[in-house]
Design a protein. Structure first.
Length: 113
C-alpha cells in the first residue's frame, strides 16, 4: 500500500541547466534539483549530512559508471542522484524525492509515492 503525495511545481524545466544544481524551498524544506546532460531531473535534500550545511545544490554533477551523482562542495562525498545513497560511505544517505516533468514544469513530491 502506498501513500499518495501531492506534487509541487517548483520551476520550469528550461530553468534547469544541464549538469547544474539549484536550491528550492518546497513546503518549508530545502531541496536540491539537478538536471543531467541526458535530460533527467533529480531532487535530493539540500543538506550535506557530513557538514550540516545546505549546499548539495552547489555540488559537482557527474557520474560513476552509469550512476548519476553529485559531489558535495564541502568534503567531496559523492551521492547517487537516483537514491540519495552516499557512494563513499554506505551508512549515509540523503532523502531523494520523485520528480516528474509535466507541460514543461518540474514537479517534486516530498511524501512517499
Amino acid at each position: 500500500m502506498s501513500v499518495t503525495s501531492v506534487a509541487t511545481a517548483v520551476c520550469s524545466y528550461d530553468a534547469l541547466l544541464p549538469e547544474r544544481g539549484v536550491a528550492a524551498l518546497v513546503d518549508g524544506r530545502q531541496i536540491a534539483l539537478f538536471r543531467t546532460y541526458d535530460g533527467e531531473v533529480f531532487a535530493l535534500d539540500n543538506q550535506d549530512p557530513f557538514s550540516g550545511a545546505n549546499v548539495l545544490s552547489r555540488g559537482i554533477v557527474g557520474n560513476r559508471g552509469d550512476v548519476p551523482t553529485v559531489a558535495s562542495p564541502m568534503f567531496k562525498q559523492v551521492f547517487d542522484l537516483r537514491t540519495g545513497a552516499c557512494l563513499d560511505d554506505p551508512a549515509v544517505a540523503v532523502a531523494a524525492y520523485p520528480v516528474t516533468v509535466v507541460d514543461g514544469q518540474v514537479l517534486v513530491s516530498l511524501g512517499e509515492g
